[in-house]
Design a binder for this molecule. Sequence first.
Ligand SMILES: *Cc1c(COP(=O)(O)O)cnc(C)c1O
Length: 389
Amino acid sequence: MTRNKRPIYLDCHATTPVDPQVVEAMLPFFTDHFGNPSSISHQYGWEAEAAVKQSREIIAQGIRAVPEEIVFTSGATEANNLAIKGVAEAYFSKGRHIVTLQTEHSAVLDPCAYLETLGFEVTYLPVCSDGLIDLEDLERSLRDDTVLVSIMAANNEVGVLQPLAEIGQRCRDRGVLFHTDAAQAIGKIDLDVQAQCIDLLSMTAHKVYGPKGIGALYVRRRNPRVNLAPQLHGGGHERGLRSGTLYTPQIVGLGRALELAWQNQTHEQARIRALRDRLWQALEAIPGVSLNGHRTHRLAGNLNISVDGVDGQALLLGLRSQVAVSSGSACSSASTAPSHVLKALGHSDKLAHASLRFGIGRFNTQAEIDQVAAICQETMGALRQVVMG
Ligand SMILES: *Cc1c(COP(=O)(O)O)cnc(C)c1O
């Protein structure tokens, strides 16, 4: 008998494996070059500081920022918290209104909800049935006391890409700061904080073949200069915005992961898109299957489907020994609540439950995609017979 095979991994929106080239870049900084980047009096510190500086430069260049505008954090959750709570606190006397989207990640929604308990007002904009923002809704929501608009670049469930430049320009025209959670987008679509008028941008390494536990926040320094109230106080690292000894190996990993993604972005995304389209072609033919989110304004590796007429729980149970995918919302799949994103797109609870999110990535092959298509056809066909019978 052959060894038990692990399921095919198609959950790249939840996390990705670390690319071996990233691991290789990180390793010396655990052992040989272990110095504290803040130690300015000896070589150990200088080596670590040089690596941090290089990583900061790579990241800044990739989004058309300058190195001083990059603040390292533990990931996108912390970056979002720093952006939203940091702006709210710093602009308290200017206004207390924030605009965001109903389909945001909980790492944006929850800081906003927290601010509401402190007396801030938050507008949660609805989305169209394809998941896209209505720009007129956005314009109407902006007020004289609006201090921040936080709209994600790419959605983690349905992969929908929001029109960043159009949003950014509207915010800039009204003198409102624009933050975008780019955790799913960075390294996959072009991000340009100048052309897209982005004032704050959150990123994380582990969605783009880097390590978990590291991310960064871009904070604009001029035209306009963004003020932020730090959320972690201590030794004054990161120009006082985020205290705590810099995690050199992880910072090197973030820089290297993004460097690799950007070097090969066009080619890699085209390959992944072709795999995604191949999977969709196969699944589309199955009765009851429909696509969630905009057909083209979406991440290349994302496919999110609903299967009408089958039980969502049974579907996941039927698939999970062979395919690692998410249903409903990955981030709250411990709960049985239907995905807030699919509900915002107008789905019933039942259809939201009977949904699957495929996240195709760098290490998936065409053979895997074909296997997954066959597994889905078989499982969904069998479940439908149960329902009909
Ligand atoms: C994964 C994710 C986050 C959280 O990032 P962490 O680095 O895991 O904290 C935030 N926003 C979006 C859109 C995500 O996909």
